[in-house]
Design a protein around this ligand. Structure first.
Ligand code: FES
Length: 96
């Protein structure tokens, strides 16, 4: 789910250059220096994939590269950690 009209970032913070990601084919705003995880959370995207065995939604848990719950496909490469990957302009991200 993409809440493109909702930006959950603190408005007064200084940020890097504004960039655009494609998340499941939908353009999303991010800023250089943000992780994919931070950019997705700021857009209100909480569910990153569905667990294969249980069918339960999965998302950010540890935020530091330990739990592997935040795996997404980035530029066609599956199982990339959203919490450990810096967002770059034009990045193609697939959840689920
Ligand atoms: S949230 Fe745990 S590895 Fe990314």
């Amino acid at each position: 789910m993409n809440n493109a009209d909702t930006d959950l970032r603190i408005s007064s913070a200084n940020r890097g250059t504004k960039i655009t990601l494609q998340v499941d084919g939908v353009p999303c705003t991010a800023y250089e220096g943000e992780t994919v995880h931070a950019a997705l959370l700021a857009e209100g995207i909480r569910v990153l994939r569905i667990a294969g065995k249980t069918g339960e939604p999965r998302g950010i848990f540890c935020g530091m590269g330990i739990c592997y719950e935040c795996r997404v496909t980035i530029n066609g490469v599956p199982d990339q950690l959203a919490c450990m990957t810096l967002a770059t302009d034009g990045m193609q991200i697939e959840t689920r």
